[in-house]
Design a protein around this ligand. Structure first.
Ligand SMILES: [Zn+2]
Length: 708
């Protein structure tokens, strides 16, 4: 009920996007607030930059860095809300408002990055008397800023800057279009089952969800979609082969020229040209900055030293995984031929046959396990791990949300003082982008007036919503995903750094960012953790030990194939951004993907697969020449977790070792980006990372070797 006397909503009272007094006012925020808020915030941010870079402004931390930071933080908080809503509660109006303002925001960041006068001020601070007396955090921020200025083209001659800025804008627009096309083509397809017999093999909750989806549209039967919680169970469980085939074909041809053929396409959703255009722009950007290729640009701020080092790392891992993958594939084909009567495994049979083999060998299904992980038990378990290791408490809190299913929590010290807060948005729904992620609503920093702004996180997943009056139950994979995202959240929320630029995940090298997230996944494989966080949805019984032992035995089931799959994605990404020539146009990117698959994988790819066309990580998610970082960080996270295993062994106790947890919190989580990830790792582990733990955790432990 705001006072709407003002003609244009440009004040905090009339425009919730301009209210920074506390949490975002979801519920009050409307698409029509976006443009007026951005008018105000962009103008303020621009004038702060002008002030900071003016000739008579002294080159000091306070007059330059702090002045710019204060206004840019508001801009990024408000724009973060718009981006968040665009991802979780998409409407045509909001999408239009987002698209309308995106170029302005990108243009502003590009202009700051290329502002030579501002760059000179930063250089002057770094060279001046004040520098020696600055805290290590502030020094790190300045170093990062100088590097980023260079990467943003600040040292380019004036006449090349407009083109450079244009490159950034065009890339941002291409990314936005890329992910819109993925979402649109995902939404456009459905597979409606009208014969009950065609549902054979599918889990009850998946059938029920499909039933409700059809009912919602006033249709008879069961509606299945390409959203993952609907799509993947079909591939895994559906006996009806034509259904698996149709949905598989549709899934792997989304946003491609084949979309129309498979019933969900519009020519304008084809991302093929988007990819080529993207690569051309990135290559031009790299050459303009004096690099050979875009991978070098991408690696400049990362932990890995060169594209060659990354490629060598991937090739080494591929070599170690290959014998295991060949064995996995041979076993699967033999099983399918003899026991399933499928002498020829088609791509839409692989997940199905694998699930059947898993069931036979370990006699349990993922769906059986799922019944032991109702939402409340899982959250309780997750919070207990966090509370035990990191000496905090988590409890429900109140805030405005964007959907009634979203919940809000606070993290407190044992004395009740506030550490951080987070939103938890668990379920897949229409208008919500797929996948799972953590994003920051605001980051920790000490304000000029001396008080501390506590961090707030968005934790977003796409799990199945409760159906048929039963609580939502998660697959074990979903539980792992939740722990993963929560690990990112902890990195963001438990930081003790007072400086915005390096607090939490800010300023952390990209290829080390997955350390805290992948680290948390390990707890989903610990018996004493699992008994505590499982309660059968009907009986309330915890996960039986026998079932857990089977899960554990099955943990590395086909891990060779899984590793090679990740290597194909990583290698495709690296090749695309090092040696592939988009200007030449002789090789289609999908042919390149197939070629790389042939070289590194043991399962041939479907000739019609167009998976690069939905590879949002590298075309819409900031992972360009960075997808390898999942495996890279896995070396770090597995080795960090091994410290907990060693502590448990030494004390003959649990991995929930509070002493090791305290050290981990202090050396890894609290320091955020305030020092190089390698330094943090060594401070925690007392040595450089070793690949041993990763190979051991993946059941590939015959060979050992030290990396870095
Ligand atoms: Zn992650």
């Amino acid at each position: 009920m705001s006072d709407t006397t003002a003609a244009t909503p440009t004040t905090a009272a009339s425009n919730p996007l301009l209210d920074f007094s506390d949490l975002p006012r979801f519920g009050d925020i409307k698409p029509e607030h976006v443009t007026p808020a951005l008018d105000v915030l962009l103008a303020a941010a621009k004038s702060a930059v002008d002030r900071a870079s003016a000739p008579d402004t002294p080159a000091t931390w306070q007059d330059v860095v702090e002045t710019v930071e204060r206004e840019s933080e508001k801009l990024s908080r408000a724009w973060g809300i718009v981006g968040h809503l665009n991802a979780v509660a998409d409407t045509p109006e909001l999408r239009a408002a987002h698209a309308e303002n995106l170029p302005r925001v990108t243009e502003f960041s590009a202009s700051v990055g290329q502002n030579l006068a501002l760059y000179e001020k930063y250089k002057a601070i770094a060279a001046g008397d004040e520098f020696a007396g600055l805290s290590p955090e502030r020094k790190k921020i300045l170093e990062n800023a100088l590097r980023d200025f260079r990467l943003s083209g600040a040292e380019l001659p004036e006449d090349r800057k407009p083109r450079f800025a244009q490159l950034q804008e065009e890339q941002a627009a291409l990314s936005k279009a890329f992910s819109d096309h993925v979402l649109d083509s995902t939404n456009a397809y459905s597979y409606v089952v009208t014969q009950q017999s065609d549902l054979a093999g599918l889990p009850d909750d998946v059938i029920e969800a499909a039933r409700e989806a059809a009912q919602k549209e006033g249709k008879e039967g069961w509606k299945f979609t390409l959203h993952f919680p609907s799509y993947f169970p079909v591939l895994q469980y559906a006996e009806h082969r034509p259904m698996r085939e149709a949905m598989y074909r549709a899934y792997v041809t989304r946003a491609s020229e084949l979309g129309e053929t498979y019933g969900h396409g519009k020519a304008e959703w084809d991302n093929t040209q988007n990819i080529v255009q993207h690569l051309k722009l990135r290559q031009e950007e790299a050459r303009t900055l004096g690099y050979q290729n875009f991978a070098e640009v991408s690696l400049a701020p990362k932990m890995a030293e060169s594209p060659a080092q990354v490629i060598a790392f991937l090739e080494d891992l591929a070599k170690r995984a290959r014998p295991y993958a060949e064995n996995d594939w041979m076993e699967l084909r033999a099983f399918a031929a003899t026991e399933l009567g499928m002498p020829e495994l088609q791509p839409w049979d692989v997940a199905y046959a694998a699930e059947k083999l898993r069931q036979k060998r370990y006699s349990f299904s993922e769906n059986e396990v799922k019944q032991y992980f109702p939402q409340e038990a899982v959250l309780k378990g997750l919070f207990k791990v966090t509370e035990t290791l990191f000496n905090v408490s988590i409890r429900r809190d109140e805030a405005a949300v964007w959907n009634p299913d979203v919940r809000f929590f606070r993290v407190e010290n044992k004395d009740g003082s506030l550490v951080a807060q987070f939103y938890l948005d668990l379920y897949a729904r229409e208008g919500k982008r797929g996948g799972a992620w953590m994003d920051d609503a605001r980051a920790r920093h000490k304000r000029t007036q001396g008080d501390v702004q506590t961090p707030v996180a968005y934790l977003t997943c796409n799990f199945s919503a409760p159906v048929g009056g039963k609580p939502a139950c998660f697959t074990h994979d979903e539980v792992i995903t939740l722990f993963h995202e929560f690990g990112h959240g902890l990195h963001h929320m438990l930081t003790r750094v007072d400086e915005l630029g390096v607090s939490g995940i800010n300023g952390v090298e990209w290829d080390a960012v997955e350390l805290p997230s992948q680290f948390m996944e390990n707890f989903c494989w610990e018996w004493d953790v699992l008994t505590d966080m499982s309660a059968h949805v009907e009986t309330g019984q915890p996960l039986p030990r026998e079932l857990f032992d089977k899960m554990l035995a099955a943990k590395n089931f086909q891990s060779g194939l899984g590793t090679l799959r990740q290597i194909v994605f990583s290698m495709f990404d690296m090749v695309l951004h090092t040696s592939y020539d988009p200007a030449n146009g002789t090789q289609n990117v999908n042919d390149l993907a197939r070629e790389i698959n042939e070289k590194f994988h043991v399962i041939p790819q479907a000739p019609f697969s167009r998976w690069p066309n939905t590879f949002s990580h590298i075309f819409a998610g900031g992972y360009a020449a960075g997808y390898y970082s999942y495996k890279w960080a896995e070396v770090l996270s597995a080795d960090a977790y091994a410290a907990f295993e060693e502590a448990a062994k030494a004390a003959n106790g649990s991995v929930l070792n509070a002493e090791t947890g305290t050290r981990y919190r202090r050396e890894i989580l609290e320091v955020g980006g305030s020092r190089p990830a390698m330094d943090s790792f060594k401070a925690f582990r007392g040595r450089e990372p070793s690949i041993d733990a990763l190979l051991r955790h993946n059941g590939m432990s015959e060979h050992t070797q030290t990396v870095h």
